[in-house]
Ligand binder design. Structure first.
Ligand SMILES: Nc1nc2c(ncn2[C@@H]2O[C@H](COP(=O)(O)OP(=O)(O)OP(=O)(O)O)[C@@H](O)[C@H]2O)c(=O)[nH]1
Ligand SMILES: [Mg+2]
Length: 359
């Protein structure tokens, strides 16, 4: 299962630079109307220690797709506007990496004469809200017909949709409306953009810059909605990503940095997707598997092989910390910390598992 994060923001804020920094793809796309796509491996601190423990020759990390979407601006959602295509790109992603310019540079064009992260975030949010509003309105019209004909399910969904629409009317993104399970159910097939999980990227002028008032303003806004913020200098990081690994280390050391912030960024983006990673580890390979948060053992096993879901008997589970702390599977078992879990077990991040199943 590889999910997709979309890099979104106003024109010229550094989205393509960030995409290049993440993927080392080296694309130039100023003025392009198409999206750039690449799949990246998700760094995981648990992989190396496990590889060492088992002398495993093969590593399979989790992966996610990153899509660089051309800049969106106020008014993009107007019918037949250039933005309708851009909005379609956003519809297709599972989470949003919202890039915000957090530096002054009169030589570098910005959509507005001032730098103002909360305004920039709101501009993009309002575009998504406007498009979502239309989507919900269309659904309400369809449901109203069915409800009138006596369809009770349609009546219930209609209520949920009305709640969401009222919220969107006030300009609030759906993700901030505190919607109930039932409301979310009612709009599930609308695939609302403003409901997608978001993380923010504060883009600085250079890696030498410290955090500034713009970053603080973005931090505050993100904190209020429980979203993560990663501070980067996309242009510098894109340049660094083009170097070979030894030169990268030298370059970063020159700047007084240990490593590029891309690892942190990829990890934060991956967390924003709301996934759980579990692992299988042995002398052949260390493999990171991915399932949705809340998945039960058989569904998680199904990510490895469909036979494991169909014939599921049990899942033997140890935590990463126990395995590393105690030093071997045998020691974990001896300490009584190897758990046997059944089909109702909800798989946790960092579980190291063995699936027992009927072939
Ligand atoms: N100084 C500085 N310039 C940057 C940074 N990030 C991007 N730029 C510059 O800003 C300009 C636009 O960068 P892009 O990455 O193409 O911006 P974008 O968001 O992809 O733009 P659109 O796709 O047209 O919306 C380029 O000239 C970059 O060199 C940065 O971190 N620091
Ligand atoms: Mg771009």
């Amino acid at each position: 299962m590889s999910l997709t994060c979309g890099v979104v923001g106003l024109p010229g804020v550094g989205k393509t630079c960030l995409f290049n920094a993440i993927t080392a793809a080296g694309v130039t796309s100023v003025g392009r109307e198409e999206a750039n796509r690449a799949v990246v491996s998700v760094p995981d601190y648990r992989i190396d220690p496990l590889v060492k423990m088992y002398s495993a020759p093969k590593i399979v990390p989790a992966q996610m797709e990153v899509v660089d979407i051309p800049g969106l601006k106020a008014g993009s959602t107007a019918p037949n506007g250039r933005g309708s295509k851009l909005l379609a790109f956003i519809k297709d992603v599972d989470a949003i990496i919202h890039v915000v310019r957090c530096f002054d540079d009169p030589a570098l064009a910005h959509e507005y004469p001032t730098i103002d992260p909360p305004r920039d975030v709101e501009t993009i949010d309002l575009e998504m809200v406007a498009a979502d509003h239309q989507t919900v309105q269309n659904k309400i019209e369809r449901l109203a017909k069915k409800a009138k004909a006596g369809d009770n399910e349609a009546k219930r969904d209609l209520e949920g949709c009305e709640t969401v629409k009222t919220g969107l009317d006030s300009g609030t993104p759906a993700r901030k409306l505190g919607l109930s399970e039932r409301d979310i159910q009612a709009i599930a097939d609308c695939n609302l953009m403003s409901l997608k999980p978001v993380m923010y990227v504060a883009n600085l002028k250079s890696v030498a810059e410290g955090e500034n008032a713009y970053v603080k303003a973005l931090d505050k806004l993100a904190q209020a909605e429980g979203a993560e913020v990663i501070t980067v200098a996309a242009r510098d990081e894109a340049d660094i990503a083009q170097l070979d690994p030894t030169d990268q280390a030298v370059f970063l050391a020159d700047l007084g940095l240990k490593k590029s912030s891309m690892e942190r960024l990829i990890q934060a983006a991956y967390r924003t997707l709301g996934l759980v990673n579990f692992l299988t580890a042995g002398p052949k390979e260390v493999h990171v598997w991915t399932c949705r948060t809340g998945s039960k053992a058989p569904q998680a096993a199904g990510k490895i092989h469909s036979d494991m879901e169909k014939g599921f008997i049990r899942m033997e589970v140890m935590t990463y910390d126990d395995l590393i702390g105690l030093g071997s599977e045998a020691a974990v078992a001896k300490a009584g910390k190897l758990r046997v879990e059944g089909k109702d077990y909800v798989v946790q991040d960092g579980d190291i598992v063995v699936i027992r199943f009927n072939k």
